[in-house]
Design a protein around this ligand. Sequence first.
Ligand SMILES: *Cc1c(COP(=O)(O)O)cnc(C)c1O
Length: 407
Amino acid sequence: MQATTQLIHSIPVDPLTGAISVPIYQTSTFVQEAPGVNKGYDYARSGNPTRATLENLIAQLEGGHTGIAFGSGLAAIDAILKLLQTGDEIIAVDDIYGGAFRLFEQVYKKFGINVHYVDTTDPEAVFNALTPNTRLIWIETPTNPTLKITDIQAIARIAGRHRCLLCVDNTFASPALQQPLSLGADLVIHSGTKYLGGHSDLIAGLVVTKEKELGDRIKFLQNASGGILGPFDSWLLIRGIETLHLRIRQHGASAYAIAAFLQDHPAVDKVFYPGLPTHPGHDIAARQAKGFGGIVSFTLHDNTEEAAKNFVTSTGLFKLAESLGGIKSLISHPATMTHKSIPAEKRKAAGVADSLIRLSTGLEDTEDLLDDLRQALDKVKVPRPVGRAAVPVGTAAQPVGHALIPG
Ligand SMILES: *Cc1c(COP(=O)(O)O)cnc(C)c1O
């Protein structure tokens, strides 16, 4: 059976009433027949049937043992960090999500947990950063917002030999495209807020572990700390995931067309999209994922923050907002929005230029999105071609976006 069919039919019909949609169990407690004798639930922080359906669904989608649903992506990350002790070290991708960086540096550092940021696209750099105290390797692939690609299998081998955990933030790819646990990762986290929810109407986080034992430890931490997802948001997230494969296919097709268009536009300098054969991570992305996702970043030749800010307020369909992965296309300026909590020099070292613009392609018609970008680019100053490196033309061989998901 194909993944889409399996996904849709793995969501159980309610055995009590036959309801085809998952019931929302809006309850805090569950009546017991005798002390400790219950129907599998006692108090809704510890477990809720609507949440449990979501947790089983994401575990199945990622090919893991245990799924755990949190109140936000950051709450999910926070729970994983609580596996660590004072003195432990983390190796993390340098182009890390800004909120994760803030949590590492402004919350966990004071408890004596230190993070080394390295370019994880180079497995040797990861290997060289290992110390006897390294307990966790943290990667995102593709990264936000420069879409760098890390070879999950190569890093998993390093983590395995060093007996430290590998956690992959799979938010950008989603399990429709990439299943890190099958490539050797121990844990996957998601901001369910993005592609899994898919409609920009909820905040949620998910953890999936490959093994039961690690899942039990994180479930314990969740119950002890309390960062659960409520029943209504669990239901909304299930409802979003039901159309994940369909949505991801369209996001990817539009993103590919937009990346190819931008690459040939005279006002555009660099385009970051792993689906372009010119992207340095293209081959690895093509090998480890079924598609390249819906995010495209680029810089203008007018390499100033001002030009980027003018551009992000010139689009009509692309709405200026943080976040990504919803049905409406979004545009953002990472340096002053999502990545402002990362110090300027660290940001630049990771490739987040002040002029970088990030697009999250929504589910509008591809041609309308291209028209919107075209009219906004018409307002941008185009440099004279003298002394400018030629823009590679004709490298966009075929619209791989359409054939993203074989199954
Ligand atoms: C948004 C995001 C997060 C944080 O998730 P929230 O749901 O906003 O807490 C973590 N990682 C990545 C890659 C994200 O895009």
